[in-house]
Design a protein. Structure first.
Length: 165
């Protein structure tokens, strides 16, 4: 809230240079802001009494947007990459998929390894569990199992994430 929008009876006022000006009515605070050709901005509405500050509102909004943009820049988004396999995968294909997962993990992404079953393969779900275990064992130097193997419809999936050093 700025200027006339502030309807509180009393506010704690902070001057344009950061000095405490004390508790006063919102009208008096607004008049002081007008005298300084600045805006009265409510910075802490939950406080008792609410805290208002005499500042240039346009500059304040610009600074807040800049801080927000800077904070977004420092955030790291983690993607979940998926690797799909079938239960009758060959050892060479398995090692290729393992290398791909290793690259994803080194970039800081999580890897979801899915073992898909089709048709008659559904009868051999329990005997195919070792493929995911071997996959996780091959990557245990760089990855840790975040979610244990779980059956989801016609597939079993496991989630791996980068090991913390």
């Amino acid at each position: 809230m700025i200027n006339e929008q502030i309807r509180d009876k009393e506010v704690r006022l902070i001057g344009s240079h950061g000095e405490q000006l004390g508790i006063m009515s919102a009208r008096d605070a607004y008049k002081m802001a007008q005298d300084a050709n600045l805006d009265l901005v409510k910075v802490a509405p939950k406080a008792k009494p609410p805290v208002c500050k005499i500042i240039d509102y346009g500059k304040y909004r610009y600074e807040m947007a800049r801080k927000e943009k800077e904070a977004k820049k420092k955030q790291k988004t983690i993607e979940v990459k998926e690797i799909r396999m079938s239960p009758n995968i060959d050892s060479n294909d398995l090692s290729t998929k393992t290398n791909a997962a290793r690259k994803f993990l080194e970039k800081g992404n999580k890897v979801k390894v899915t073992l898909r079953f089709r048709g008659r393969e559904m009868a051999h779900v329990s005997s195919s569990q070792h493929i995911l275990d071997d996959f996780a064992a091959a990557l245990e130097d760089v990855a840790v199992v975040e979610k244990r193997p779980k059956m989801e419809g016609r597939s079993i999936s496991i989630v791996l994430s980068q090991k913390k050093n």
